[in-house]
Design a protein around this ligand. Structure first.
Ligand code: NAP
Length: 524
């Protein structure tokens, strides 16, 4: 398929603006061939109005029709074949294997929500039957379920051009919830975005969905995204990206005449605590595991382990040497964009300019453009506690080793932490029994707590939480990965004293869909 560089507004392509931009090949830092048209404010408005029109009919579609639509999107993405992988490679520098895996993950996300829809209980139906004889007042018939919010704006991230982008988890969960979607594609991979956008449009046509169910607007200036957030018909935002971007959009959404929820999943430095006993027993394994986790995706993961907290004992010093030598042997690799590489290098310079931070070890610099060279930095527990900037994410393959004096300093660090996506503890059973307080503190700081594993790699499943307290996200009650992501785009509605014919199928008395419900306070 030849790229058009145009925006996708429902079933039409559109290029009304005069501004164009190009994707950059990170291997050469040269522009790729296709000019992509930045969407005008008018085009964004058109996309949102189409979404509002589509909402009226889409929300009435039954769960099976929506499930088939999601499954068809997955099939159409696969049908793009190698063109998708090759375009993704040229625009992001990610290897073929990684993109192929990410395509599988993206399809599985869509299928997970299709399964959820077919099963049906996700709407959380609750019925309290009327009791006209209740004293002192009769009890009314009230029935509650989750209903879709309306058109949703989705912002794709640079580092997952498929799984957190045009047909990623935000889009899949919003469509599953019954909400049309207007996607702002990430400017680092506009061709990949267009291909996936066309696949969604094809699926929509095949499944007789309304045209405005999906639109893709592109651009390099923040105006495009802001126009989505500010549009009065948009009812929620799904965002994956940096703290700066997420917080800026959150603030804009809160200043609207009608504020709307912004589910911004942002960066995190994912602290890893290594306890004394396990350090004695498994230091080689942990050093190698951590090195692999730091380097995965050239460190460009929101779950990258950016802080490693251990004790400055003799064992700790041996571990430090082991990890430093692992890092020293690690070759650099191509980062996603020159801008991301610059921000990573500037972040490292700033960290190293801090007198309490030392460079412990640096990886091998390969030839080639846009290389991300891994670095391991070092500080003490005391210095970390008095330098709050050290907790911030530096997006790329670096990590700070924090040597604490004892377990109480480790606890003080845990207590001082802000919200993160994950925290990891490496410990034996005895370690854990001796550090129960640490587990309790960390539970309040993160969305996912890991034991003796590594934070990179997020399983897409029913029980996953990919979220966490601010500043990891702007809403700690939600997850952006896994089945729970769907309720970000719904709200509970109570139908009181409704006749059967007016009730949604999920709430009709005979339970025609056979879903699990709460009836008169009992789970049926
Ligand atoms: P990004 O630069 O924030 O970009 C994300 C999107 O937001 C882009 O479409 C960008 O458009 C837009 N944007 C950014 N600032 C904006 C502003 N002030 N106003 C309007 N739109 C704005 O982030 P990224 O480079 O894609 O990704 C790297 C970051 O994402 C890292 O911090 C990483 O940890 C995080 N991340 C988090 C998760 C998670 O699930 N929590 C997953 C993956 C990545 P423009 O480029 O046009 O401005």
């Amino acid at each position: 398929m030849t790229l058009t560089g145009k925006n996708i507004l429902g079933f039409n392509h559109s290029a009304k603006g005069s501004k164009t931009f190009f994707a950059i090949n990170p291997f050469t830092q040269e522009n790729l061939n296709t000019p992509h048209y930045e969407a005008t404010q008018e085009e964004v408005g058109q996309a949102v109005v189409l979404a509002e029109v589509a909402f009226k009919s889409y929300k009435e579609k039954n769960n099976v029709d929506k499930a088939i639509f999601l499954e068809t999107i997955a099939e159409e993405i696969l049908a793009l074949g190698n063109a998708l992988i090759q375009t993704g490679q040229l625009e992001t520098g990610l290897p073929e294997g990684r993109l192929t895996e990410e395509r599988v993950r993206t399809m599985n996300q869509l299928k997970l929500f299709a399964t959820l829809l077919r099963e049906g209980s996700w709407v959380d139906a609750r019925i309290d039957f009327a009791d006209p004889n209740r004293e002192p007042f009769p009890k009314p018939d009230t029935r509650q379920m989750q209903r879709p919010l309306g058109p949703v704006g989705v912002f794709g991230a640079s580092n997952f051009p498929l799984a957190f982008s045009v047909a990623g988890g935000d889009t899949a969960s919003a469509l599953a919830a019954g909400c049309p979607v207007v996607v702002k594609g990430h400017p680092a991979h506009p061709g990949t975005s267009e291909l996936v956008g066309v696949a969604i449009t094809k699926a929509a046509k095949k499944c007789n969905m309304p045209g405005g169910i999906f639109s893709l607007v592109q651009g390099i200036s923040v105006d495009v995204g802001l126009s989505i957030v500010e549009h009065p018909l948009i009812k929620a935002i799904g965002f994956t990206g940096s703290y700066q971007g997420g917080k800026a959009l959150f603030d804009v959404a809160n200043k609207r005449e009608e504020p709307i929820p912004v589910y911004a999943e942002m960066g995190s430095s994912n602290p890893v605590f290594i306890l004394p006993e396990i350090l004695k027993q498994k230091k080689e394994t942990i050093a190698e595991g951590l090195k692999n986790s730091i380097l995965l995706g050239v460190g460009q993961f929101c779950t990258n382990p950016g802080l490693i907290i251990t004790n400055a004992t003799e064992e700790g010093q041996v571990f430090e040497k082991l990890l430093a030598s692992e890092i020293k042997k690690s070759p650099s690799a191509t980062m996603l964009t020159p801008n991301i590489q610059n921000a990573y290098n500037k972040g490292l310079e700033k960290l190293k300019a801090n007198p309490s931070v030392d460079l412990l070890s640096k990886g091998i610099a390969n030839d080639g453009a846009t290389q991300g060279i891994t670095e391991l930095l070092k500080t003490t527990g005391k210095d970390f506690l008095s330098n709050k900037d050290l907790e911030k994410e530096n997006f790329g393959p670096s990590s700070i080793l924090i040597n604490t004096e004892d377990s109480s300093e480790m606890l003080a660090i845990a207590k001082s932490l802000k919200g993160h996506l994950t925290a990891t503890i490496h410990g034996t059973e005895d370690d854990l029994k001796n550090h129960l307080e640490l587990v309790k503190i960390l539970e309040r700081k993160v969305g996912r707590l890991l034991l003796n594993q590594y934070p990179t790699g997020v399983e897409v499943c029913q029980s996953m939480v990919h979220g966490g307290p601010f500043p990891a996200t702007t809403d700690s009650q939600m997850t952006s990965v896994g089945a729970g992501a769907i309720t970000r785009f719904t709200r509970p509605v109570c139908f009181q004293n409704f006749p059967e014919f007016l009730l949604p199928a999920e709430l009709k008395t005979p339970n025609p869909l056979g879903i699990s419900r709460i009836e008169n306070a009992k789970r049926i």
